[in-house]
Design a protein around this ligand. Structure first.
Ligand code: PMP
Length: 429
């Protein structure tokens, strides 16, 4: 019996009817096989072979409260008995938008969508309607979902082209790609008429890169001077790096904010928020905000439970998310120092990004010369030791990770580092 036999068998079966055998490209890259999860509790998940893992993927971010969070499950159960979907408003939408307005500094009003991608589309429409302009500036190595207009110059891609086959080659004609953290580059890009500048305020998808001191302030000043709107895509950072997201942590309020992931604790819900003035284009009906499942009762109920939980415990939660990711960072430093492994690790509160690289990875270009295949090997060997980390480098911490989880993870990192120093080319078992 092999450790992943049932996952291999499931993947073989799935591939026959489900193209690529998984439902997103992100899951397809996992070696030795995309595992099939069976269940999860707190910071741990199990696969169909009965293997137990400490979960640092957190469903690629959403499971900030861990798996099967009692407050979320209770809220869902209650709503399940009351109805799953209505062609009408439901009693969780207003409480959820009130909570968002309470905790997110830029929020005076909210609109709901289902995914981050859709909310980005809504934010761009709002910005275009509010300014009467078309052009959007996005940054190299920032990710805003898979919309044709902004799925260009994506993380890890060299060149500024489309992120995948099949994109409309004309859709990004009104998108200017720009270097992040460069005031001069942004100033030049703003010479044209621009509706919006969209960025991850902490570029987690690119490699967990932080803005240079003063950059966000200058970017906001230049954006406003050019008559454009500043959009923070806080799909990852929202509710994770601080209750109010990166805009709270970095003390810089954008015009519009895109939220998703942690908002629904695994249920599909996303949001755009901003001032009443900018959202008036939705209130007036000039921007027709659509979507069958927007603010659906189950997802909104999960959102209310999640935000109430985080708000009530924020003094304790955010320092712990920070301390926990620092333990992982320290383990990477030790792996480099003690075993000569060429690893780097960038981090912010509750999230980090690991690389195999001879040099520090400080921006999009540095990432392009890192070694994703070696990191993939590392991730596969961590999987063998019961650590579930995405092969692309991201790490997420939940409120449920314990001291013991972290101590075991640090041991596993050191163990894998030693193993890789001795057997650099051994495949995953
Ligand atoms: N923006 C950011 C910053 C993201 O990280 C993601 C998803 N990883 C998206 C947008 C798109 O969200 P979704 O996958 O829910 O469409």
């Amino acid at each position: 019996m092999g450790r992943y036999d049932h996952s291999f068998a499931y993947h073989d079966r799935a591939r026959r009817s489900l193209s690529r055998g998984v439902s997103s490209a992100m899951k397809a890259t996992q070696a030795p096989v995309p595992i099939c999860a069976s269940h999860g509790v707190g910071s741990h998940i199990w696969d169909v072979d009965g293997n137990e893992y400490i979960d640092f993927a957190l469903s690629f971010g959403p499971m900030l409260l861990g798996q099967s969070s009692k407050v979320v499950v209770d809220a869902l159960r209650q709503q399940l008995d009351a109805g799953i979907g209505f062609g009408a408003g439901n009693r969780h939408e207003a409480p959820l938008s009130e909570l968002i307005c309470d905790v997110v500094p830029s929020a005076e009003q909210v609109v709901f969508s289902n995914t981050g991608t859709e909310a980005v589309q809504a934010a761009l429409r709002i910005a275009r309607a509010a300014t009467g302009r078309d052009r959007v500036i996005k940054f190299r190595g920032h990710y805003h979902g898979w919309l044709d207009s902004v799925h260009v110059a994506i993380p890890g891609l060299s060149g500024d082209g489309a992120g995948t086959g099949g994109q409309d080659s004309m859709a990004a004609e009104q998108t200017t790609v720009c270097d992040w953290n460069s005031v001069e580059a942004l100033r030049a890009a703003l010479a044209e008429d621009v509706a919006a500048v969209i960025m991850e305020p902490i570029n987690i998808n690119g490699g967990c890169f932080l803005p240079e001191p003063g950059y966000l302030e200058e970017a906001k000043r230049l954006t406003h001077a050019a008559g454009a709107l500043l959009i923070f895509d806080e799909v990852i950072t929202g509710f994770r790096v601080a209750l109010g997201g990166a805009q709270e942590l970095l003390d810089l309020v954008p015009d519009l904010t895109v939220l998703g992931k942690a908002l629904g604790s695994g249920l599909p819900i996303s949001a755009v928020c901003g001032t009443r003035e900018f959202l008036s284009v939705v209130a007036s009906g000039s921007v027709n905000h659509m979507g069958n499942f927007n603010g659906s009762p189950l997802a909104a109920a999960a959102g209310v439970a999640t935000l109430n939980y985080l708000r009530d415990r924020k003094e304790e939660i955010y320092p712990r998310l920070d301390a926990s990711i620092r333990q992982i960072a320290t383990a990477f430093e030790r792996a480099r120092a003690d075993h000569g492994l060429p690893v780097a690790f960038n981090h912010t509160v509750g999230a980090g990004f690991g690389f195999f690289s001879d040099q520090p990875v400080l921006n999009h270009d540095d990432r392009l010369v890192s070694d994703p295949a070696a990191y993939g090997q590392f991730a596969a060997r961590m999987l063998d030791r019961g650590m579930f980390i995405p092969a692309r480098g991201l790490w997420y911490i939940s409120t449920e990770h314990t001291e013991e989880d972290l101590a075991r993870t640090v041991d596993a990192i050191m163990d894998v580092a030693k193993d890789m120093a001795v057997n650099p080319d051994r495949g995953a078992q």
